[in-house]
Design a protein around this ligand. Structure first.
Ligand SMILES: NC(=O)c1ccc[n+]([C@@H]2O[C@H](COP(=O)([O-])OP(=O)(O)OC[C@H]3O[C@@H](n4cnc5c(N)ncnc54)[C@H](OP(=O)(O)O)[C@@H]3O)[C@@H](O)[C@H]2O)c1
Length: 258
């Protein structure tokens, strides 16, 4: 892995070498303003093909790489909570987040639990609550939904051990409310792993603070969506380049909302 931006500071930055998890964790540390004034910081992590596909045949794995997975794991290791759309949970067979030794001391120092909370966003709650994600996580999974979601499904979620959190007046979640609702639970370092429909809503609601985009050097074609699909913004919103790392032609970028 090579650091391309900000410009390399030391000869070690120029070298193409494997970065340790500690080094990656330092590089991707959440900004100090995460949590200040009760405001959560919402970071997204997605991978895209060169032609803009957000998945290949329903999975993101064919677009990913070992380095992408290391960064994915690091971003999880830094987060208080991972916010994810129900379709990604269903398609990718989400499991509970693991406690990883590499991040244990760092998490303890910040007062974080052993693993990030997974927060699943769903309106219909058509989820299998007997799965380990809900029934046996290290830290209870949150189900984010609307006040009008099916009551018996919300009850099934609670019965499995999940915490049901209402963040919308209708069936669904008001995406603009998610950072605040999570911050009220002390979860201020947020990571969303999509999918495109959920991420598009966060961006349209202007609550996406940071985009960590992995650009994979592959062409997928087909009809997969791009990494965000949601209501269009009247004026495209400007982000500033934060960083670029490179490994085997993959570009690991981060951008912050201005
Ligand atoms: N390239 C990447 O990095 C990446 C990352 C993640 C996912 N993916 C891929 O993306 C695909 C899935 O993405 P997707 O865009 O179809 O779905 P998604 O965003 O993961 O999930 C959509 C679902 O989330 C729930 N949802 C979304 N907005 C909501 C709201 N405001 N209120 C309540 N519930 C809401 C709904 O669940 P209910 O239907 O339960 O109501 C909706 O059907 C998968 O193929 C996955 O592999 C790629």
């Amino acid at each position: 892995m090579r650091r391309l931006f900000p410009s390399p500071l030391t000869p070690a930055d120029l070298e193409d070498r494997e970065w340790g998890l500690d080094e990656l964790a330092d590089f991707y540390a959440y900004p100090e303003q995460a949590g200040v004034g009760g405001r959560a910081w919402l970071r997204a992590n997605m991978v895209s093909s060169l032609d803009g596909a957000a998945h290949h045949e329903g999975r993101s794995q064919p677009l990913s790489s070992a380095a992408d997975m290391r960064i994915f794991g690091t971003l999880r290791g830094l987060a208080d909570a991972v916010v994810v759309g129900a379709e990604t949970v269903r398609q990718e067979g989400y499991r509970p987040a693991r406690a990883r030794e590499a991040f244990a001391a760092r998490r303890a120092a910040l007062g974080q639990g052993p693993a990030p909370v997974i927060a699943v966003v769903s309106a219909g709650l058509d989820l299998d609550f007997s799965l380990p994600l809900f029934a046996s996580p290290l830290v209870p999974t949150i189900v984010l939904t609307g006040a009008g979601a099916p009551a018996e499904r919300a009850e099934a979620a609670r019965a499995s051990g999940a915490e049901v959190v209402v963040a919308g007046e209708g069936r669904g979640v008001d995406p603009a409310r998610v950072p605040q609702v999570m911050a009220e639970r002390g979860l201020t370092r947020l990571l969303t792993e999509g999918g495109p429909r959920l991420l598009g809503q966060f961006a349209s609601a202007r609550v996406l603070d940071e985009m960590c985009l992995s650009l994979a050097p592959v062409v997928a074609t087909g009809t997969a969506p791009r990494i965000m699909s949601g209501p269009p913004l009247a004026v495209p919103e400007r982000f500033a380049l934060g960083s670029i790392l490179e490994e085997e032609g993959f570009l690991f970028t981060s951008y912050r909302r201005i």
